[in-house]
Design a protein around this ligand. Sequence first.
Ligand code: SAM
Length: 282
Amino acid sequence: MKWFQEKLYEHHAQMLSVDDVLYHWRTEFQDVLIFENEVFGKVLVLDGVVQLTERDNHIYHEMIAHVPLMAHGLAGQVLIIGGGDGGTLKEVLKHPIERATLVELDGEVIELSRRHLPTVSDGAFLDPRSNVLVMDGTRYIAQTSEKFDVIIIDSTDPMGPGAPLFTAAFYEACRSRLRPGGMMVVQSGAPFFQPGELEMVCGRLSGSFTGVRPYLAPVPTYAGGMLALVAAGETRDALRPPCKVLRERFGPLQGRTRYYTPEVHRAAFTLAPSFVGNAPLR
Ligand code: SAM
């Protein structure tokens, strides 16, 4: 049997059996591997790092999309930076939004995901509310005059092409593109192995936002089984509205999520600071 080994951290690696290689090539920006695994289905790997699997990507995508959109409650314009697989776009479009702009650096990730992982985006790229741009997210945010209600950073880790999406200057540029009451969310790695990344994201976001809160989602294919996300907005409370408010807003999503619920939204922010790291909480 052939095995794929992900080695991101010292003294730790994880392996998935490669039951069939569907694609392996280097794009202009990164190495792309798509393979089939008996348990997780198709797996997308960029530069040796698992991005998603068919089996558990819904948890990641629901938690990165619905938490800010439900916390906002009235989002019309949404921006996704990265997210070329289309999973976040699919979840965002479940809300009654006007437009979702997706800015992905690598057009080949979009094409390959649509071809090999069609259930992840499930037609989202064809939705008339989708506006897909192939360009660097930092360049887009520096140039655009558009304003957004929610900005979602669905990027790779802070190395290679994803690194500029983790700077304080980028977060400040994002804040300046938010409408009043706007929010942003940043995928922030595997907290058990990368506590420094979570602290860094919280610290840098705190330079631009008065409300900054980390939250967690269980994603079995990520090392340690957990994904850290950080939400930022005008106040901490706005990111985690009362359950009653979230239940009222849940209508359009009822029966259309497999992991996200108003109760999960609230619970995801309940963290033991000593475990998640000493993120500067306000
Ligand atoms: N679920 C994933 C994970 O494990 O973190 C992330 C999903 S998505 C595949 C990440 C995308 O971010 C990639 O397709 C990559 O090309 C894109 N990306 C990386 N750097 C970028 C940049 N500077 N601007 C826009 N997109 C970028």
